[in-house]
Design a protein. Structure first.
Lengths: 234, 292
């Protein structure tokens, strides 16, 4: 489980996150939803160690991860798939996958790579092609595959739906849900597209201007009309 | 015609050395997006160390290995003490800082070994090879130089394409954030890149020294040629650096042969200017050039 406690992040004079607390249980998908500028990406980048928090902590299975380097947090089991399908376009599909978890033993990595190919068969077919020849959806799968190669106990997905066709988004998110449940991974999903995110999530967290305004079962949040109007804009 | 062929062949040895120095520049560029103008200063310094070792032990091989070790250490020191703190501020500052390191190294070498040119002993025969009834403008030593260059290029290519370290280095160069999120220790990887460049530069220095001489400023002109080759080669490409390094060596040899060797730097700079106008991303470059 990933536990976030009173996390506060300032960008200069601007408070991006204020006292954010939430929990991401293993085996479940927790969706953080909110409008543009709500602090969703900041939350993810802080958890991954790319941004230093001003106050508060995050811990994975009781071990504090905030304040550590991004590479150490990755090795501790927190894998972030950043916004924008971040793969290395100059490298092949297989090289992009190999990047994840280079510190693990060769046998472990080979086993995980096979699991990734089973999960996303298209990556196996395209393994020798350069990442920049893939379609948007394929690249998103590759980015998730790279994160899985790190053998994470917590997977952070930042806006995976960005720029993808709705059908592909649903397919990918269903796979992520299955993965969370079967491999007992704690998945934190950040989405602007609240409807899609809440459909796969177990728990929903509504973020507005850097503060958590509501936490509850995903279905409850999806059907909460006032909340939708006030913060999610639909 | 005979003299043309001779001039071309005569450029191979020096072309290989330009290629190695260009390779060193490309290695640091790939690792940290900084052109290290101190590279020739580091090579000069390690070549002086090699000369001291050679005088002490009489062994060319020990001198070469010593220079390589010193080159790696010096690369790490420069990256750690100068580049890391400065790069945090801005990139153009880092490039200026490498000029500062160059001047500091030259001054230090002058204080330690004196400012005069010194001869570097020839490890192998420097007489022209005779084959098919004529003398060729290629010596056994040139062949050794070519051999070293080939070994280094093949070795580095294998390192980059076949090993985890090479993969980590490429990923760090292309996208440090993704590398970091993948658990790669980016800082350490960059330092290794500088160490490798230091080794390659050190080899180039020891190889070129016997054909010229060694003084604190003797490699300055090599910087002009290597920089030209690296930039025309696309700065990101190992193969580009080597191909253009050899090419530059051949062109300069022909120019020197038909006119005067003092024209060589001018020709190099003209080539560089033409390249920047016609194909600024370099012959082997993938990236679109930045327009200013």
């Amino acid at each position: 489980m990933l536990a976030v406690e009173s996390l506060t992040v300032d960008y200069g004079p601007v408070r991006a996150l204020a006292n954010v607390s939430l929990q991401v249980p293993a085996g479940e998908v927790t969706a953080v939803i909110g409008a543009n500028g709500a602090g969703k990406s900041t939350l993810m980048r802080t958890l991954a160690g790319l941004v230093r928090p001003n106050a508060g902590t995050a811990s994975l299975e009781g071990q504090v991860i905030t304040g550590r380097k991004a590479e150490d947090i990755a090795r501790m089991g927190v894998a972030l798939v950043p916004e924008g399908r971040s793969t290395v376009p100059e490298l092949t599909v297989e090289e992009n996958l190999r990047l994840g978890g280079l510190w693990r033993s060769r046998a472990e990595r080979a086993a995980t790579q096979q699991e990734v190919f089973d999960l996303f068969p298209i990556l196996g077919e395209r393994r020798t092609m350069r990442a920049d020849t893939l379609s948007g959806g394929e690249r998103q799968q590759l980015a998730i595959g790279r994160a899985l190669m790190c053998d994470p106990t917590c997977l952070l997905l930042d806006e995976p739906s960005l720029g993808l066709a709705p059908l592909i988004v649903t397919q990918i998110l269903e796979l992520v849900k299955k993965l969370a449940e079967e491999s007992n991974i704690a998945v934190l999903l950040v989405e602007q597209n609240a409807v899609t995110a809440l459909r796969v999530a177990h728990t929903g967290v509504v973020l507005n201007l850097g503060t958590v305004v509501m936490v509850g079962p995903a279905q409850e949040i999806a059907s909460h009309e006032e909340l939708r109007h006030a913060y999610l804009g639909y | 015609m005979t003299s043309f062929i001779d001039y071309v062949l005569g450029g191979f040895g020096s072309g290989m050395i330009i290629a190695l120095m260009a390779l060193a520049l490309v290695l640091t560029w790939r690792a940290t997006r900084v052109v290290n103008f101190a590279q020739v200063g580091q090579a000069m310094f390690t070549t002086f160390i090699a000369l001291s070792l050679q005088t002490l032990t009489g062994s060319w091989v020990i001198a070469l290995v010593g220079a390589m070790v010193a080159g790696a250490l010096l690369g790490v020191i420069v990256q750690y003490l100068v580049l890391r703190p400065v790069k945090r501020a801005d990139t153009s500052g880092a490039i200026i800082a490498t000029f500062g390191v160059l001047i500091a190294l030259q001054a230090a070498a002058g204080m330690i070994w004196g400012g005069d040119s010194r001869a570097y002993p020839q490890p192998f025969g420097n007489t022209a090879i005779t084959l098919f009834g004529r003398e060729w403008p290629v010596s056994a030593y040139d062949l050794v130089v070519v051999g070293f260059a080939v070994i280094l290029v093949v070795g580095l290519t294998l390192l980059f394409t076949r090993t985890n370290l090479g993969l980590a280095m490429r990923a760090t160069a292309f996208n440090p954030e993704v590398a970091r999120l993948s658990g790669i220790r980016v800082g350490r990887t960059l330092t290794i890149g500088w160490a490798l460049a230091g080794i390659v530069g050190a080899v180039a220095g020891v190889l070129v020294a016997p054909t010229s001489a060694i003084s604190p400023n003797s490699f300055d002109i090599l910087l002009v040629f290597a920089f030209t080759a690296a930039v025309i080669g696309g700065l990101d490409s190992l193969i580009g650096a080597v191909a253009l390094g050899i090419g530059t060596g051949l062109i300069l040899s022909v120019v020197s042969g038909y006119s005067d060797s003092s024209n060589a730097p001018v020709v190099a700079l003209v080539l560089l200017a033409v390249n920047l106008v016609l194909k600024p991303e370099g012959v082997f470059g993938h990236h679109k050039a930045r327009s200013v």
